[in-house]
Design a protein around this ligand. Structure first.
Ligand code: FES
Length: 185
């Protein structure tokens, strides 16, 4: 039997293929590196621009008008929009938050059938109302002092002022005041 001789591949040709392969891989790796560098730079640029823009929290204003003083009769008036009570007694006007100090539910006011005398900070105080929280049962006397349930502290009292523009009552919820606060208006 006669043996057939296969044509041999020229040596130079195989070197060309190897060179093309290596240079193709190199250019791919170069592109990958460049891409990663650009992505990193873009990330840093975005972070820098983001740092220049202030974080804005759209919270409700802390000072707001609730109506004219004469709109509030003796006793407690609930102002639903702002979750607070405006009270009036012989000494003047005051504002008590209706936000439970436990976890922030809205407390309900309960008018007592007859005034009750309780001891608050060692002093006898006559109360006509109580506040009760429907969520976990905290109870507060009419002046906001907590006396039962998980509420850790009394309801907040806010500063009241009369607006020089239109004579309306302005509640400033950023300025808590003592329970003795009254606005004569
Ligand atoms: S939120 Fe009022 S008692 Fe829990």
């Amino acid at each position: 039997m006669k043996s057939m001789k296969l044509p041999s591949v020229p040596k130079a040709e195989s070197n060309v293929t190897a060179t093309v392969d290596v240079s193709g891989r190199r250019s791919f790796l170069r592109s990958l590196g460049l891409g990663a560098l650009l992505a990193g730079l873009a990330g840093q640029l975005i972070a820098m621009v983001r740092a220049l823009v202030p974080n804005v929290l759209y919270e409700p204003p802390r000072a707001f008008k609730v109506g004219l003083p004469q709109d509030f009769a003796e006793g407690m008036t609930y102002v639903e929009d702002h979750r607070l009570f405006i009270g009036r007694d012989q000494r003047g006007l005051f504002a008590i938050s209706a936000i439970c100090t436990h976890l922030g539910c809205t407390v309900k006011m309960l008018n007592l059938n007859q005034p009750r005398t309780v001891e608050i900070k060692g002093k006898p105080v006559q109360i006509q109302q109580e506040f009760q929280c429907p969520c976990h049962g905290s109870k507060y006397y009419g002046d906001g002092t907590n006396y039962a349930g998980p509420a850790p502290r009394p309801l907040d009292w806010y500063r009241l002022e009369v607006s020089p523009d239109d004579g309306q009552l302005v509640v400033n919820s950023s300025q808590p005041v003592h329970h003795d606060f009254r606005l004569n208006a």
